[in-house]
Every structure is written in structure tokens, then in C-alpha cells.
Ligand binder design. Structure first.
Ligand code: AMP
Ligand code: GLY
Length: 419
């Protein structure tokens, strides 16, 4: 079949890498794509926010399946519109994507179904939020409701910090002012991915990412500076516990609302002394976690994603390479702040070691030349016999790439290596 992949990041390059291995694929198209994806797919000249144009393109090119990578088109209802037009599309509906799009929605669902998560309150006005902070004290966590590209969360160690965060939200920094204030939880974080067709749940695997820009997990939050899979802290027992206490009740809850969740569900967990608790859901694959997942995936990706979409997930299994994988994000200097675009990247046209893939994120072509085009630019991804060897391999390739205006963290995987 012909498949259209929506998105332009490292996650989508990794999905494209797995999609083109599928026996079911005839031709892969991508929009907006990037130069790395362009080596595997035909880039469609499409504005993905124009759903009518996407539908027309699908009809024109006989697209049998659309795979939506990022959250924004999900929250905008692209899957709803494609399905209404009779085009199978992977990903949750706009309603179900609220699991990611609205922290308040998810928190209310957790309360209703007894899903372990941080205690919280929702506020629509500044004064009661500030009064609540005074009552609770620090440490405490302040979150803007809605999508904020990972930048809407403040883990405040002092009352002053938490008050500043609340004021920023109600000043409209993240759009409509509404915030969630929640209990500060302590523990190691891990990501757990499942596919669900709304009834059955197929656990995929686990990963851990490094959200902070600086070594030792310090400095501002980013979209993620690196990741590895599996997460050593996520034992089989903890995966089972997360599945039974967190994921399954969520899937059941959405089905009971009449809006079954179909797609990948990414649970961001924190492993507290009381067991795993939910920090957040994402309604899509993680970025850069997908890069390490896809390099480890042995099953046919189209087969799994189609079964998810067609409600035939029951009995499916996902097979993974035993070898772990690790990815290093190479970002433009200045990230997660303002960055310069258009700086030339050289050294990618060489034969790298076996078990290495360089996924493109924010890249573009300037004539024939590859240039940077965003904050996170390349994802150097490697498998190895253990995390240490995957890490060494990834950094050897990072060092072989010639790009003077970028940087990376040199300690990706440190938590796994300490174990
Ligand atoms: P989120 O966007 O909700 O995933 O939050 C971003 C990051 O903030 C998480 O990955 C955690 O590191 C941290 N965080 C969020 N909620 C809490 C919490 N209740 N307690 C401690 N840290 C948190
Ligand atoms: N790496 C974090 C995310 O995809 O949300």
C-alpha cells in the first residue's frame, strides 16, 4: 500500500526508516518531511494544517494509510477528518488526544479511575492559584494546561519560583491562562510505550530520555537531548504494574466516554517509593525515544500500526532486538533558546559503523548542501552489545560529523551506566 507519513522531525525519520522495511509498503510519501526522510520517501508538497488538501492528496495518490507523527495535527483533528473521509489514519482522534493536549483532562481521568499520579488542583484564575501555593509550600510543580512543547512545566524548589510560574501562565505566555498545580514526586523517570486499538493493549518497550540541556541533567528543559532503550529501571514487574494500574484503566476510561483511544500511548512515569506514577501522557511516539525504538524493532511496523488502527491488535506481538540502543541529539548552539539556521553540515556521506543510523531532525537542503534548520538537528543512533558500547559507537559517529555550529551532551546514558 501507499503510506503518507506526517511530520518532519527525527521521530518521523526513524518511523520512515522502519516503514520502508515493511513488506506491505508500496510507496512512502512524507509531508513536510526533511532531507533525511527525503532519502526514503517522496516529499509531498502539502500544508498539513490544510486537512482538505491532505485528503485530496491521499485520494490522488491512492494512499491506503496515513501515519501521523507529531501531536499538533492530532490535537487539530487530522485523524478525525481523514477517518471521516474514509482514509485509515494512525493516531488518536482530537478528543482522545486530549490525554496529551490537556493536563486537566488527564488529571480528571486519573482521579475518576484511581490511576496513580501526583495530587493536583486546577486553576482558572491567578489569585486562587497563588493562595494554594502559599498553603502547600515548595517544592511544588506548576504546569500550563495545553501544549507548550515541554516548556510549560516548572518544577519549583522555592515558593517564589512557583509564584513566578503561575504569574507567567496567567499573563498568557502559553495562550489561554489555565494551570495545574501538583505535588512534587521523587523518583527515576522512564517512558513506557503501548499500542492500543481502544480495547486491546500491546506493550511495546521502554526508554529513558534526557530532558535537560546540560550534562548531569541540569539547565533548562528541552524536547530531549538523547535517549536509550530499554530503560534498565523498568523491570518486567514494573511494566506489568504500569500496564495494569495506569495504562489499561486509561484505555478503558476513554472507551467508556465513547471515544476509544487508538494509536500509540506514551506514558511518562516516575518510579516513586509507592510504585510507578503517571507524570504525563503523550498521544504520539516520543522524540528522540522513537529513534531508539525503531532501530530495535524487528516486527513489521505497518503491520502493527494498521492493526492498531483497524482494531485487530489482539494477539499481535512486537519483537525487539535484544541489543539496547542509544541516541545522541546534536543541537544548534543556543538550543533550547534562539538558534541560527542555515549553517552547513558536512561528513554525513560516509559509511558509518554497522548498527548506526543518523536520523535527521531540523535539517534542510540549501541547493545541494545540507544545512541546519532548527533546534534539534541530528540524532546519532546506535545499537550495541550493551549501553556502554552503543554510547561509544554513537559518540564516535558524532565526532566524525563536521558541523561547527552544533553541540551535544557527552553523557547520554549516564543513569543506565551507573547501574
Ligand atoms: P511534563 O511536561 O508533565 O512531562 O513535565 C516535564 C518534566 O517535569 C517531567 O519530565 C519531570 O521531570 C518534571 N515533572 C513533572 N511533573 C512532576 C512532578 N509531579 N514531580 C516531579 N517532577 C515533575
Ligand atoms: N522526549 C520527550 C517527548 O517526546 O515528549
Amino acid at each position: 500500500m501507499n503510506v503518507l507519513l506526517i511530520g518532519s522531525g527525527g521521530r518521523e525519520h526513524a518511523l520512515a526508516y522502519a516503514l520502508v522495511k515493511s513488506k506491505r509498503l508500496n510507496k512512502l510519501f512524507a509531508a513536510p518531511g526533511n532531507p533525511g526522510i527525503g532519502q526514503l520517501a517522496e516529499i509531498a508538497n502539502l500544508k498539513i494544517s490544510d486537512h482538505a488538501a491532505v485528503i485530496a492528496f491521499c485520494r490522488d495518490q491512492q494512499i491506503g494509510f496515513v501515519v501521523v507523527g507529531p501531536e499538533a495535527p492530532l490535537v487539530a483533528g487530522l485523524v478525525d477528518d481523514l477517518k471521516a473521509a474514509g482514509i485509515p489514519a494512525f493516531g488518536p482522534t482530537k478528543f482522545a488526544a486530549q490525554l496529551e493536549g490537556s493536563k486537566g483532562f488527564t488529571k480528571d481521568l486519573c482521579a475518576k479511575y484511581n490511576i496513580p499520579t501526583a495530587a493536583y488542583e486546577r486553576f482558572k484564575a491567578e489569585a486562587p492559584a497563588l493562595a494554594y501555593l502559599k498553603k502547600m509550600g515548595a517544592p511544588i510543580v506548576v504546569k500550563a494546561d495545553g501544549l507548550a512543547a515541554g516548556k510549560g512545566v516548572t518544577v519549583a524548589m522555592t515558593l517564589a519560583e512557583s509564584e513566578a510560574a503561575v504569574k507567567e501562565i496567567f499573563a498568557g505566555r502559553f495562550g489561554e491562562g489555565e494551570c495545574v498545580i501538583e505535588e512534587f514526586l521523587e523518583g527515576e523517570e522512564a517512558s513506557f510505550f503501548v499500542l492500543t486499538d481502544g480495547v486491546d493493549v500491546l506493550p511495546l518497550t521502554t526508554a529513558q530520555d534526557h530532558k535537560r540541556v546540560g550534562e548531569g541533567d541540569t539547565g533548562p528543559n528541552t524536547g530531549g537531548m538523547g535517549a536509550y532503550s530499554p530503560a534498565p529501571c523498568m523491570t518486567n514487574a514494573l511494566c506489568d504494574e504500569a500496564l495494569e494500574k495506569i495504562v489499561k484503566p486509561t484505555v478503558k476510561g476513554l472507551a467508556e466516554m465513547g471515544h476509544p483511544y487508538t494509536g500509540v500511548l506514551y506514558a511518562g512515569l516516575i518510579l516513586t517509593a509507592q510504585g510507578p506514577k503517571l507524570i504525563e501522557y503523550n498521544a504520539r511516539f516520543g522524540d528522540p525515544e522513537t529513534q531508539v525504538l525503531m532501530i530495535r524493532l524487528e516486527s513489521d511496523l505497518i503491520d502493527l500500526l494498521l492493526a492498531t488502527t483497524n482494531s485487530t491488535l489482539k494477539g499481535k506481538v512486537a519483537a525487539w532486538k535484544k541489543q539496547p540502543a542509544l541516541t545522541v541529539v546534536v543541537a544548534a548552539n543556543g538550543y533550547p533558546g534562539d538558534v541560527q539556521k542555515g549553517s552547513p553540515i558536512n561528513g554525513l556521506n560516509q559509511d558509518f559503523e554497522k548498527g548506526v543510523e543518523v536520523f535527521h531532525a531540523g535539517t534542510a537542503l540549501d541547493g545541494e548542501a545540507l544545512v541546519s534548520n532548527g533546534g534539534r538537528v541530528l540524532n546519532v543512533t546506535a545499537t550495541g552489545d550493551d549501553i556502554r558500547s552503543a554510547q561509544a559507537k554513537a559518540y564516535r559517529v558524532v565526532d566524525a560529523i563536521n558541523w561547527t555550529d552544533g553541540f551535544c551532551r557527552r553523557d547520554i546514558g549516564w543513569r543506565a551506566l551507573e547501574k
